[in-house]
Design a protein. Sequence first.
Length: 365
Amino acid sequence: MNEDNLNKQAKKLLQKYLDGQCTPEEEQQVIEWFYSFEEEDLSVPEQADVLKRSKSALLDQIQEEDNTIVSRRFFTWKRMLIAAVVLIVMGGVLGIYWKNNSLSSTVDLAAVIPDSTGQFKNDIMPGSSYAVITYPNGKRETTADPQADHSLSSSAGIGMLSVEVPNAGKYKVILSDGTNVWLNSSSKLTYPATFDSDQRIVKLSGEAYFDVAKDANRPFRIELNGSVIEVLGTSFNVNAYTDEISTSLVEGKVKIITGQKETFLSPGNEAIIKGSDVAVTPADIQKNTAWQRGEFYFDSDNLEEIINQVARWYDVEIVNAESLTVNTTYKGAISRETKLSEVLNILSLATQRRFEIDGRRVIVK
């Protein structure tokens, strides 16, 4: 059997293993692969380290499990970890390279348990509720109190307010009409303390999830960098970090206005806005709204895209980011409540890259 066919069969078997569809004989073959690899067989130090840490983490987890009750989560975690390591190590042993739909597009990053050897000299805690509010009278207030959200509009007086959420922050705002807005890191919302009698207009940069209060007589309009999103009452996510704006509709109906053009969006779809062009495609709602649920959720994301999300949430600078490959993509979910060291451990295991925390810098090795 030639190497290409061997590689294809190996990946097919590993996919079955991840999906829990292997026969007992096939499952045993994958497990034997995992335990057959030895560190000295690998010429790449990073791969040898991945193997060593993974076997150690698996053994520690087995020892920690209750002797009489073994959780379903452990079986899932064990399966994911074994498959991830087999794929990584085989990349060095057999010369398998995953472009486009790569090894980690089938590996749940959240299922990889980071080791506890303390390889990071310091650590950074995850972001939290935090914002800078500018009131109509020019007064600025920094708040980390999520309860303050409920009184912003009612106590602001007359005029425009702005809520800026820096890196490592998130914030929820309740507008005067009852609309709920969740702001992601590095985002800004500008809005009136009290809406007019005939319309509701806000301005957004960055990313926000809107749950708009229904009001048939007052359309709700979001202005973003030359485009306008108009609704009456609906739930949707808007990502306007770059010149390419995306809107994902959860429920209701949205009208997108770019120049003289109007585009209507139905639930489950996403609009990509670039200049005056609007493209409508099916949306991955789970992925696009994951941040609002407190998750990093990756699906066909490359390492550069992943690390950019991490940088915003932990407020760190990425050093040597240009060395990150964009050919390989990854899939998985990680809690945004996780410490930075644990996130980097997971990424290190899945990607064979090393990361170092130096103050508020993450150095890619």
